[in-house]
Write a new protein. Sequence first.
Length: 197
Amino acid sequence: MNILLLGASPSRTSSSRALLADVGERLAGLGHHLSWLEVCDLPSQALLHADFHNADILAALAQVEEAEAVVIATPVYQASYTGILKVFLDILPQDGLKNKLVLPLAVGGSQSHMLAIDYALRPVLQALSAELVLPGIYATSAQLKGAGGQAYAVEAALATRLERGIARLHSESRRYYVDNKEFLHRTPSATAELALR
Ligand SMILES: Cc1cc2nc3c(=O)[nH]c(=O)nc-3n(C[C@H](O)[C@H](O)[C@H](O)COP(=O)(O)O)c2cc1C
């Protein structure tokens, strides 16, 4: 399956990015094809003005369109997902996540805002017509030792939730892209079935 890793932190030393890289590596190990998009790498003026003539913006939209699944990793900002992620989701077409599986990941400074995935992000993903938004995975920066230049390491309880989330995405990808022929014909890449074998 073609999976887009969508990073939504403005930070250069991002713990959510380290988490996304880890999840991507594990998905690659299961045979999935990955592409990566960091919202903060897009040209800011073009993004803010929704400039659909800008080549980088068009390429980013094409990356989303070509993906069969999207793993989104956002830091928690003001009890929600980041502003740059909102700006990017705003330029997607109304059904920009149609036929796609989505796995949301969020990293917050504390456990207090663990509902940010379900209260803030999930409704937007559903409104963009995602086929299936998987249960989100919330981490605190303390559970990831990657921030501030320390070596990346995942706390045991989080590691278990990550393994479950990745296994679920993998099994759903088989359910949709191997077992469900009707669904397969609606997807960006009808060759996705082959990619899983
Ligand atoms: C502007 C800003 C707002 C934040 N707001 C929250 C918040 O409301 N709740 C929370 O748990 N953490 C909050 N944090 C902490 C970040 O979510 C946390 O540091 C996270 O690990 C950052 O992810 P990153 O390293 O990928 O950028 C905030 C951080 C910043 C910079």
